[in-house]
Design a protein around this ligand. Sequence first.
Ligand code: ADP
Ligand code: ZN
Length: 812
Amino acid sequence: MRYAEVSVNSPVAQRRTFSYTIPSNLSVEAGQAVWVPFGDKLLQGIVVELSDYPSVEETREIAGIIEPRPLLSPSRVSLARWISEYYLSPVFDAVSLMLPPGFERKAITFISSPTTPHEYDTSSLPPKQRHVLDLIRKEGRVSLRKLEKALGKKGAQAAISQLVGRGLVMRSYELEPIKVRPRVELYLGLAVTADEAQQEAARLLKRKAVKQAALLDFLARQPEPLSWSEARQKVNCGKVVVDALVSKGSVKLWPVEVKREPISYAGITPSSPLPLTAAQRSALQSIKSGLLKSADGVSSIFLLHGVTGSGKTEIYLQALAEAVKLGKRGVVLVPEIALTPQTIGSFASRFPHKVAVLHSKLSLGERFDEWQRIREGEFDVVIGPRSAIFAPQPELGLIIIDEEYEWTYKQSDKSPRYHARDVAMKLAELTGAVVVLGSATPDVETFYHAQRGDYHLLQLPERVTPSEGSSLPEVEVVDLRQELKAGNRSIFSRALLQATAKAVANKEQVIFFLNRRGAAGFVQCRSCGFVLRCKRCEVALTYHFAESVLVCHQCNYRMAVPQVCPRCLGRRIKFLGIGTQKLEQEAGYAFSPARLLRWDSDVTKGRHSHEEILNKFRAHEADILIGTQMIAKGLDLPMITLVGVVNADTGLNLPDFRAGERTFQLLNQVAGRAGRGPLGGKVVIQTYSPEHYAIQAAAKQDYALFYEKEIAYRRQLRNPPFSRLVSLVYSHANDYLCQREAERMKRLLIEERDSKGVDDLTVIGPAPAFIHRLRGRFQWQLILRGSELSSFLSQIPIPQGWTVDIDPVGLT
Ligand code: ADP
Ligand code: ZN
């Protein structure tokens, strides 16, 4: 095969690949990284296919090979092509997902003797060319940069071109090396004997230098020096304390270069498999038979539907052990790495030193090293966020997606706008791997497929309860309309006030949950809770301050804000919206002297990390934790006996057909935070719409109840899974032009649809996007509903300025 189809790293390439001739002296494989001439540049490319015939008449030659070993396995190459086709993204964007971190670097050009040198009388050559040849003779191979320094840029390039033409030298290319900064940690240990240290500690204590004494005493009892980061965790003191001891001469501090382990095993003890409950055993048995089939290249998909605390993680662990026994490896996707320390800990203790964790906090060099180690097969399992699905894990046999309904699995902000769950299923199809989707509240689409038998449904209906008692928490739904009628204007209902006061008095812990994203501009009647919705789309209308109108963000239906409530004729129509800061303030008044702690992205953006806040709450340094979405995840604290959902409606009134689902999932997850310990737990859900099915089902923690209602609405409105959606967003600095372009596109799409006779395709909109104005640009949106949308759209020219999102989640 003489030709290679190459995905070239150039924005011009888009969804195309290009044909290149393979020079006879190169051996080229699919998945390999190569240098190719492109215009007047030399660019990186990945070979996606070899062929006997080029796809165009004239082809240029591949200039060189970046790395002899293919970077992408054949299945990953197919996966990249599928991503490009399905999500309509440039091929190289899709390929990039699977390349080693930092791959996109410049080439360094080297000049050397040709592989087959021939006789030539060099004495007749001009001096510059002879200079080049001399250098090469001495050093073997010389970088272009060095020659340019010696002979001047122009001079060197001219001389080299001449010499290449004469066949006396050749060019080759290499990636610039990655600058890996070694990781250095501070270690500390005693500068005196342990006895002397103890005596000094006693003296310090007398002089009330408590922290210094504690640290010194701690160090005196350590068999070996340890890192400062470990010591500070154990002793809880600041750097000034160490510095004071160093200056007294009793402690030493020195830098040590450490090989980074993906996980700190400091606090982790090895664990062994637990004896399973009957439900766990039968679920595991099914997955095991799936793994056996996978040996024959047949993939299977499982939905592990288990309430919180039903022991899903234990099944993941034992399924992975089985895969490893069969000579396979796994990938585990988690929604957000920072919020899943417990899951990571479970894997680390069951598979010590065989777990790779892909953090966003790793430096480029560290990520690069990690990628290589994964590719070498050093790990049984790779744990990470959505991008971990692209880890070069060899012999992939098991893919686990925990909390599969989470929206973080969808990459919405940049191309390719892929969903890791769909990518995982495609990858499984290509490799024969088993996919396990785990959740307490599965995505309605996932559950629909499981019910139809597309996936195997495994159910864990009960919590694994080590002892008696700890069942699901008691849930009380409070109708805020009644509170108002009873004269309570506070944001806390009487029930929540009482329960909170009681919990705090008993030295238990409380969580207040508020979904702030949802607080964006909907209008609600405070007397009856009525929210205005679009008659066509069923989504809540959004209030636009500037024009003082209500807008449907799907179809652009508009209406003035009514003076009286259309349902109860009351006059308490109000713009709703309270943030976590306000909530913190109100809680401060209502529950003084309870200690408050706020956990939202504003706080974690600043100095405090997730872990710091969590540790503080875990150490019971606060009584009430106030937070948004984040709070719903990863908190497993026995002292939490009360969860208050301050306003369950906020998310319900977002202009999105998934609002009900999202609310149900969040409420369920939040409720799951209560009653994890022997003290039991209670959840208070405050709402204006206690009759809404999402809230009712969440209160009963009844997934089936929710699902039946939700799937009926989906069917009725022909929303996914009964159709597919695509969001097309155009952005422009001028609102009017933006709307005009959106209208033009709509006409074009309808023309195409009609001329091709695609009968199940609807174009909805254009409407201003939910985030109408973003960084000074306006956004207008079209929504396509149909079945074969990717292939339909792939035929349509889509100009710059448009963003195409296949299977979108959330709001643009
Ligand atoms: P889920 O992931 O389904 O929410 P977890 O995996 O967190 O549930 O399990 C809840 C608790 O039950 C954990 O502390 C776990 O160690 C424990 N557990 C799980 N399976 C068993 C079992 N078979 N026997 C005893 N304890 C178990
Ligand atoms: Zn509408």
